[in-house]
Design a protein around this ligand. Structure first.
Ligand SMILES: [Zn+2]
Length: 146
């Protein structure tokens, strides 16, 4: 697997690891304003989705959508935001962000201008456990489906 020593995604994650296989991992970013903000990170240092062969592209997106479904089931957000930028870190990763009409930036992007103060609390251990179980179930179901 191709790794880059100066890349923060090529090293073991410092975020809460929710799920991982030999291809990608799902982490909880522990963002103070977005407590259920997850990221799906490819393990290999690859820049673009179109650098992956089609089956691996599909595998990446199955994982992203499985995380989205798990987040919707648990948190019932007003909207899910998916983003893949990588301008600063050109290592494939997808942001999966549950958005709520009363969150800090809604309806702006979470990287945009704040509209209000945040009133969030971090997920407790039980919530992280439920999220881990639900993501694991959905990802493994998605990857094992034909
Ligand atoms: Zn990397």
């Amino acid at each position: 697997m191709s790794l880059n020593q100066s890349c923060p995604l090529c090293v073991p994650t410092t975020s809460t690891l929710l799920w991982q296989d030999d291809f990608c991992r799902v982490v909880l970013l522990n963002d103070i304003d977005y407590p259920a903000y997850c990221r799906v990170e490819l393990l290999a240092h690859i820049k673009e989705m179109s650098d992956l062969p089609p089956l691996q592209r599909a595998r990446m997106m199955k994982t992203v959508f499985a995380v989205e479904v798990a987040l919707r089931e648990i948190f019932n957000p007003d909207k899910i935001n998916l983003a893949s930028l990588g301008n600063k870190t050109p290592h494939l990763h997808w942001h999966v962000i549950p958005r709520f009409e009363n969150d800090k930036h809604f309806p702006n992007p979470h990287w945009g201008e704040a509209i209000r103060d945040s009133k969030t609390t971090p997920l407790d251990a039980n919530a992280v456990n439920i999220l881990t179980q639900r993501i694991t179930a959905h990802v493994e179901c998605a990857l094992n489906a034909a």
